[in-house]
Write a new protein. Structure first.
Length: 334
């Protein structure tokens, strides 16, 4: 008879391994929805109070700070914060006493431990019953005071919560970016105001160099007549220079009449200052002045297209705007 065929023994199957990133196995008292809790990183911190208990000599009743941070979670109720352990027998191995800081990405809790032992836990849940986070890994060791002096044990249980801090809190990058942007804006605004102040101060001091026996408006008309007599309008190559000198005379009129650094400032700065310091003149002339500055820019931007008619129109426009400014200034001064 042939011997029965022997089969190789089947080795026992290894226990299933949870895939990386999978939610922790449910503890018997885990709250509903714990699978959605993000993983946070936490560390223990000692009190800054002189003589406070050290982490390496942690005994029952000592109080420390548990600092945590991680991905965004919904707002938690600081009055309802509790710890949930996968193993119920470990309850009170770590217990929250006070919530110091609690926001969607950070938490700082004053904690203590009531059970001596060497603990290496994973997926400790911190929750208010509705939302929360899980601590990936946490290690601590609590010694017992039962073998020591009974008076020491009583004092240990009754010790007040010591002061903690200062705390180093991390914030999202946009938080620091917003403050940096605000600081730059404040520096820019202050720098601009200071620049304008000193520019106007220098202008007032230098007005004596531009002072004449005539009023600013009459001096402008005199200078325009001199410029017109000196410009051969039938020669197109002289027209760009005429426009540039005409604009300079008009800006010099603004310097003398309105004490505006018009020779250094942009068109926008001139009109903005006019609105703040000479409101009546601004209301009467702002539209015409913008048009005049725009025509000056166009003429300087295309000098080869300038014609005698363009130059004469700019001349008349400058005179009209200057006249309106003079009238508005005189009326405001009455």
């Amino acid at each position: 008879m042939s011997e029965p065929e022997q089969t190789a023994p089947v080795p026992p199957s290894a226990p299933p391994v949870a895939p990386e990133g999978a939610p922790p196995a449910a503890g018997p008292n885990y709250p509903p929805g714990y699978e959605t809790y993000p993983a946070w990183t936490c560390v223990f911190q000692e009190s800054t109070d002189p003589g406070a208990a050290k982490l390496e000599t942690w005994t029952v009743g000592n109080k420390y700070l548990l600092s945590c941070s991680g991905p965004l979670v919904p707002e938690l109720d600081k009055e309802k914060i509790k710890f949930f352990f996968a193993d119920p027998s470990q309850e009170y191995a770590l217990h929250p006493l006070q919530t110091v800081v609690l926001n969607p990405q950070q938490a700082q809790l004053v904690v203590t431990g009531y059970k001596p032992g060497d603990y290496k836990l994973e997926n400790l849940l911190v929750t208010d019953g509705t939302h929360g986070f899980r601590i990936e890994k946490l290690e601590w060791k609590i010694g017992s005071v039962l073998e020591g002096d009974p008076q020491q044990q009583q004092q240990q249980q009754q010790q007040p919560i010591p002061p903690f801090g200062p705390f180093t809190l991390g914030f999202p990058w946009w938080y620091y970016g917003a403050w940096a942007l605000l600081a730059l804006l404040v520096v820019f605004v202050l720098g601009r105001k200071i620049r304008r102040y000193f520019m106007r101060k220098r202008l007032i001091e230098s007005l004596a160099a531009h002072a004449t026996a005539l009023s600013p408006y009459n001096q402008l008309n005199k200078d325009i007549r001199i410029l017109v007599r000196a410009t051969p309008f039938d020669q197109r190559e002289t027209l760009p220079d005429f426009v540039a000198k005409m604009e300079e005379l008009f800006r010099l009129f603004l310097v003398r009449r309105l004490t505006i650094p018009a020779l250094q400032w942009s068109d926008r700065e001139i009109i903005g200052d006019l609105r703040k310091r000479h409101r009546e003149v601004f209301d009467d002339t702002a539209v015409d002045m913008r048009k005049l500055f725009s025509e000056y820019r166009k003429a300087k931007g295309a000098p080869d297209k300038l014609s005698r008619l363009d130059a004469e129109q700019l001349l008349e426009m400058s005179r009209r705007v200057a006249e309106k400014i003079e009238q508005g200034y005189q009326e405001a001064s009455r």
